[in-house]
Write a new protein. Structure first.
Length: 263
């Protein structure tokens, strides 16, 4: 059986922690690197539901896109949700690894996958990492194979991401040709998309003021929802780990879901 360290090494090979933002907390966050691994569960976020699933299924390692803990912990008690979850995981000897923004920016990471799902060609980073030998960076932008309207573009996105609805800023008859993408809470990339002359920007969520800014500068803004802009990637991540380590059981959490609903 592989050790946690061996799986960590594999994860870092395609989602390098060196690509992570300075403010982020990535890598092995809970656990013993020398422990053997038989069962791995991926998830977008460590929640009470995903933790209970991991405990019930006797998971050895959780690979969670969003880190826990995210900020330094002064005390490890059950007084807050985050510290209670850490306490439960440690008590069950379940390790946690988070690739987060390193996975966002990787050559085959979430933003690359997001752009590919949308159908973008010739993708480049919205924010290149200076002197990176592979030309990597944060966010992506590229072009659709054939110019379309925002209305038709939205219809395609709803089908691709299995969405009944999404949020949009812009004229539905406007043209879509050059598109920027940033998974998750990517509103801060709007200015970069504008600088690259994108006519459309797709992200998970953005603030009200970012929506106003998009309208003011004339960029169509499409919000898939934070969960839907990233969850598909942890499902693909489970397949990657399973293909690499054929002798262990790997799956994407079956208990996690989008906390937001539309009624």
């Amino acid at each position: 059986m592989p050790t946690i360290q061996k799986i960590c090494g594999f994860l870092d090979s395609f989602a390098p922690t060196r690509l992570a933002e300075d403010w982020d907390n990535v890598g092995l966050l809970i656990g013993d690197r020398e422990s053997a691994v038989k069962r791995v569960m991926t998830c977008l976020t460590v929640t009470p539901e995903s933790v209970q699933e991991a405990i019930d299924q006797q998971v050895d390692l959780i690979v969670s896109h969003h880190p826990i803990p995210f900020r330094p912990i002064k005390r490890l008690t059950t007084d807050s949700v985050a510290t209670k979850l850490v306490w439960q995981l440690a008590g069950a000897k379940i390790a946690v690894y988070s690739p987060h923004t390193g996975f966002d920016s990787a050559s085959q990471g979430i933003n690359q996958m997001l752009g590919s799902r949308i159908g973008l060609k010739g993708m480049k980073p919205l924010i290149p990492i200076l002197k990176d030998p592979k030309g990597l960076g944060a966010g992506r932008f590229g072009t659709v194979s054939k110019a379309t309207t925002l209305q038709k573009f939205i219809t395609k996105l709803k089908t691709t991401f299995d969405l009944e609805s999404l949020q949009v800023v812009g004229d539905l008859s406007s043209s879509v040709k050059k598109v920027g993408v940033a998974c998750g809470s990517g509103g801060s990339f709007l200015e970069k998309a504008n600088r690259q002359k994108c006519d459309t920007f797709v992200t998970g969520e953005a603030t009200f003021h970012t929506c106003l800014e998009a309208k003011a500068i004339g960029i169509s803004l499409v919000l898939l929802g934070h969960y839907h802009s990233e969850r598909f990637a942890v499902e693909e991540l489970a397949s990657k780990i399973s293909n690499k380590f054929a002798d262990i059981k790997v799956w994407a959490s079956e208990k996690e879901s989008d906390p937001l609903s539309r009624i």
